[in-house]
Design a protein around this ligand. Sequence first.
Ligand SMILES: [Zn+2]
Length: 99
Amino acid sequence: MEFGALGEFIVAHLIAGVKLLKGGSMSLEKTKELKVVSTNVDETCSHGCQLPYNGEMFESNVNHYIKEHGYKLLHIGQESSTDSDGNPYHSTVAVLAVK
Ligand SMILES: [Zn+2]
C-alpha cells in the first residue's frame, strides 16, 4: 500500500472537512444518513451500484459516495480492531453523510 499517497489524501480531506464543518453548511441534525467507509471492508455500494475497482480502493470508494451520491466528508480517522487471530490492526475510516 502506498502510505504516502494515502497520507496526502487524508490530509487534503481533513482540511476540506474542517472547512466544511466551520462553514456550517452541514449539520448532523439535517443529515439523513451516515456512511462509514473503511480500508478494511470490501463491500458494494449501499445504493446498489458497483464500486470502482470492486471496492478495493479506499479513495475510490470515498470518491464514489461523494461524486455519485452527494455525500459530504465529515471525518477521517483511525480505527483499531483485532483480526480473526486476535492480532491488532489499524484501519482508516471515512465518515460520510448525505442530506
Ligand atoms: Zn453507489
